[in-house]
Ligand binder design. Structure first.
Ligand code: GDP
Length: 298
């Protein structure tokens, strides 16, 4: 019930505006399609994805002679669901040991997501360790330690300015010795210096590959949903420097648009694996595209 209410708020305005546009329409004409296009775009759904959705709906309306607003809503939700449904790996890799690199710019919700994810994995009965490999800011390691205490997991950290790969190296040795299931590594996502970032990530990857070849891998990109198109461009930029295996879209509770999920799921070959829906420890949900799309008009 709770999740249903949360989902509704992601699309609150968009659903209402589509409902208003449909109200009292005897036929579903070009005017409606133009209005729909405008509503989707202003709800943070990108141009290309919007055109795809509108074209699909137009075809269905024509082929099946659809006129009823309630039917149009159902069809539209189904179309959006089909656009965002990535059949491949929507879920976090279940193999252990697993090393997760968390990537993303400061302020996006990386540390909070690490804490929430660690809690989630602990609840699933897995053992978890954190590595504070964002050595660029002292506050990053401190914050991670606060989350580590809260969740009850160990955090491996070095001094500010230390080599991030050295932190990863130590964390791996410790994780192996303690038979940890999942090692989650914070990283400094400094897009300002892409060459540096790429070198740093490459070095970490090398260390993991060499020291922990048996570990499964995930590279999760953390994005702030409230930044709209900025989040989309970050997918491109980080995609250039890292092999992203999934996305965590944070602060969806802070946006009534929600369309950003649709754009990212459609435009990139990277599944949205989790959504952040608040600042609390429980506020990380596995992303279910079908349920999410159904929530548009429910
Ligand atoms: P980092 O710099 O990327 O590590 O970002 P933080 O994890 O420190 O998060 C930055 C701010 O965003 C903090 O105030 C968090 O509480 C907040 N935050 C993170 N995720 C969410 C979320 O899903 N919803 C809301 N409302 N706030 C969030």
């Amino acid at each position: 019930m709770m999740f249903r209410e949360e989902k509704k708020s992601f699309f609150g305005k968009m659903s209402q505006r589509i409902g208003d546009a449909l109200a009292g329409k005897a036929t579903i004409d070009d005017d409606f399609m133009d209005e729909l296009e405008e509503i989707l775009i202003t709800s943070d759904i990108g141009m290309e994805t919007t055109m795809k959705i509108v074209d699909m709906l137009r075809t269905e309306v024509k082929t099946n002679n659809l006129t009823k607003p309630s039917v149009i809503k159902i069809r539209l939700a189904k179309i959006i669901s089909s656009v965002i449904n990535k059949k491949e790996e929507q879920k976090l890799c279940q193999d252990t040991p697993l090393v997760i690199l968390m990537i993303g710019i400061n302020g996006g919700g990386k540390t909070t997501s690490i804490g929430k994810l660690a809690h989630k994995l602990r609840q699933e009965g897995k053992t978890v360790m954190l590595a504070a490999a964002d050595t660029f800011r002292a506050a990053a390691a401190e914050q991670l330690c606060i989350w580590g205490d809260r969740v009850g997991v160990n955090v491996i950290k070095h001094k500010e300015g230390a080599d991030p790969s050295a932190v990863i190296y130590d964390a791996i040795q410790s994780a192996k010795a303690k038979h940890i299931d999942v090692l989650i590594c914070d990283t400094a996502g400094r897009l300002q210096n892409k060459k540096n970032l790429m070198d740093e990530l490459n070095k970490m990857n090398k260390v993991i590959g060499r020291e922990y070849p048996e570990a499964a891998r995930e590279n999760l990109l953390v994005l702030d949903a409230t930044t709209g198109k900025n989040a989309v461009s970050q997918v491109q930029e980080f995609g250039d420097v890292a092999d992203i295996t999934g996305i965590i879209l944070t602060k969806l509770d802070g946006t009534a648009k929600g369309g950003i999920v649709v754009t990212i799921a459609d435009e990139f070959d990277m599944p949205v694996k989790f959504i952040g829906v608040g600042e609390g420890i429980e506020d990380l949900k596995e992303f279910d595209p079908v349920e999410f799309a159904e929530g548009i008009f429910n």
